[in-house]
Write a protein that binds this ligand. Structure first.
Ligand SMILES: [Zn+2]
Length: 265
């Protein structure tokens, strides 16, 4: 009686793919495209589909999470002039978690309730659970929320700590950090944005990750190897970004979401 309808239903059913079917078909199509590309490039039939990542698997860092995704006050890649800010900036704030530590890089939010809410929203932990705060450089937007972590160690590269402590703007002193934090995270000099700027490098899940602070403003600035408008040395900024491109799989920039280096470099 309903043969027309039933036929249509059957056709619809046969068009439905399970996730496994879909992946098998998509993979087959990708391989076919790759093989065609190889034959265009001279007939090489052996294609390595696996990407070579730069990180180690045996890291003490178990996971990392972006807490706030930053933005710039002015962004030339959005058609905005460097001459004046058009919005409030916040920096990208990142949590690095190991078996027995949690390091929060560049606490970004000046309001204590906002900072605690974002930390909870992204990770479910409380400010008192943070082992150490690390600040990449002395600009105010990168330490806006530090006072809301009175139970944590406050760390920065020794030269950065000296500048911050001399300014007298914080209720407690920032300690000069060693080159390796908690036997798990390397502090690396990344000058150009400021003379004394330092970033953090670690491996996690076989990936090499750099939490760059403002040595990389955003993905677009990295692609162009351009320092932000207030960089102290643009040439040095570009060389620092070249160094990061060579060592990192993923960069977490100072005012943008994280990105895969090989998709941008
Ligand atoms: Zn800065």
């Amino acid at each position: 009686m309903n043969s027309k309808h039933d036929k249509k239903t059957d056709q619809t059913k046969s068009n439905l793919l399970t996730r496994g079917d879909f992946l098998a078909r998509a993979g087959g199509a990708m391989l076919a495209t790759a093989a065609a590309t190889a034959s265009c490039l001279g007939g090489q039939s052996t294609i390595t589909m696996r990407h070579k990542w730069k990180g180690r698997n045996d890291s003490n860092v178990k996971r990392w999470d972006v807490i706030t995704i930053g933005n710039l006050s002015r962004n030339r890649y959005w058609g905005e002039s460097d001459a004046r800010g058009v919005r409030a900036a916040i920096c990208t704030c990142t949590l690095i978690t190991g078996k027995d530590f949690r390091v929060l890089v560049d606490p970004s939010l000046a309001d204590g309730a906002d900072m605690a809410r974002e930390l909870d929203r992204r990770t479910g932990i409380k400010p008192r659970d943070i082992t150490a705060i690390f600040v990449t450089h002395q600009h105010g937007d990168h330490l806006a929320g530090i006072a809301h972590f009175p139970d944590s160690k406050w760390l920065a590269a020794p030269a950065v700590a000296e500048i911050i402590n001399k300014s007298g703007t914080l209720p407690c002193l920032v300690e000069g950090a060693a080159d390796r934090l908690l036997d798990s995270i390397d502090m690396i000099p990344t000058p150009g944005h400021t003379d004394t700027h330092h970033s953090l490098h670690f491996d996690c899940d076989g990936l090499s990750i750099v939490v760059a602070g403002d040595s990389v403003a955003t993905r677009d600035f990295f692609r162009e190897r351009r320092g932000y408008y207030n960089a102290v040395d643009f040439e040095l900024s570009a060389r620092t970004m070249d160094k990061l491109a060579a060592m990192a799989d993923i960069v977490v920039p100072g005012h943008d979401n994280h990105f895969l280096v090989d998709c941008v470099a």
